[in-house]
Design a protein around this ligand. Sequence first.
Ligand code: SAM
Length: 219
Amino acid sequence: MPTEARVRRLKAVLDRRQPDLTVLMENVSKPHNFSAILRSADAVGVYEAHAVHPTGGVPTHHHTAAGAARWVYLKVHPDVETAVQHLKDRGFSIYATRLSDDAVDYREVDYTRPAAILLGSEKWGVSEQAAGLADQSIVIPMLGMAQSLNVSVAAAVILFEAQRQRLAAGLYDRPRLEAESYRRTLFEWLYPELARELRERGEPYPELDAEGRIRWSSS
Ligand code: SAM
């Protein structure tokens, strides 16, 4: 049975989740980078992250993520075209993080609107194909000797600019998830094992009362 404090804490986090802010990781291959990006995503309130990975699986690194993977849903797409289309269909603008001449300073973007930050692989960066599908390229100005940042550092810099803008716009002041997503997510966060069992059996989740206790129906 979850404690009152636990339920309060999970609800407070859910109240600040931002369904219209996300990251799309294109072949980010190092587990510690992948996990660090998810951890930053959690910290700014990303509800669901996206990834494309050639193996079909994703690299995870539980230590670095500090469990963040449990709190940020991850949707893995078979290829970048499918991923971008999925996001565009849901109204997202795609911002490709690139060190290219046509990239604008990342601070010029309005992240209070639905935004997906496209991050490239450690070695090759964002692919030409993905960049061509994106709405805009953005860059974090580099004024030193190094040509680029670590991908998880770049992700954090941009995500926290998005958080700054969204805080100023009041987007963390009231719940932004749809009621059904909120209800489903709270159940999965409070009762992960049971939620998995019910999903496997194809059964719906039961209702929760205000204290997060399960209201089993008698029928
Ligand atoms: N050689 C690669 C290239 O030219 O893109 C470098 C890739 S960089 C190590 C890995 C990823 O970090 C990039 O694909 C991008 O997503 C992000 N990144 C690193 N530095 C960046 C910067 N200054 N501005 C925007 N994104 C950056």
